[in-house]
Every structure is written in C-alpha cells, then in structure tokens.
Ligand binder design. Structure first.
Ligand code: SF4
Length: 91
C-alpha cells in the first residue's frame, strides 16, 4: 500500500488555539539547507514564493523528525495537549 493511502487513515484532533509546533521565523530565515522540506513524512513543510517556510501543523504525525533535523533550532516543538493530536490507524 502507498504511504499516502495509509496516512489517510489516520485521524487528527487539531488544537486550533494551541499549535504544538511553532517556527521562530527569525532563525528559520537564516537557514539555507531547509531539511524540514525533505524529512517530514507528512510533507507539512512547504517553501513559499517569498522563500519562507510555510507549515501546517494540523497533519503532524508527532514523529519529532523536524525537531531533531532543524539545524537552526528554529522549532518550538511539544506534543499536543490532552486528547489532541494524531490517532494512528493502519487499516
Ligand atoms: Fe512532520 Fe514529524 Fe515534524 Fe510532525 S513531527 S511536522 S510529522 S517531521
């Protein structure tokens, strides 16, 4: 099965008022490598036309890869609170 199909089975309870991953734009803009664009398995990081990273935390799988790989330590990353976040369902 395709990874995208399997990811589509997951359920997300998004905490709209409290993003669990926040990007420090000052630090982010200094980064030239931008590993987040390739390491996120959910492909949540995109490069905007302005050259800045755009990010939507709603589909986050909570793997922590971006936190580890961000060479400029630009991510304030924590697990979603309480009942929020991803529920994995592998079909
Ligand atoms: Fe993507 Fe994993 Fe980072 Fe979530 S924790 S944004 S799934 S790399």
């Amino acid at each position: 099965q395709q990874t995208d199909e399997l990811l589509g089975l997951d359920k997300f309870a998004v905490d709209e008022d409290n993003p669990h991953v926040v990007i420090d734009k000052e630090k982010c803009i200094k980064c030239t490598e931008k590993p987040c664009l390739v390491v996120c398995p959910a492909k949540l990081y995109k490069l905007g036309q302005d050259g800045q990273i755009q990010f939507d935390y709603a589909g986050c799988l909570e793997c922590g890869t971006c936190r580890v790989m961000c060479s400029h330590k630009a991510l304030d990353w924590k697990y979603p609170q309480g009942t929020f976040g991803v529920s994995f369902r592998f079909g």
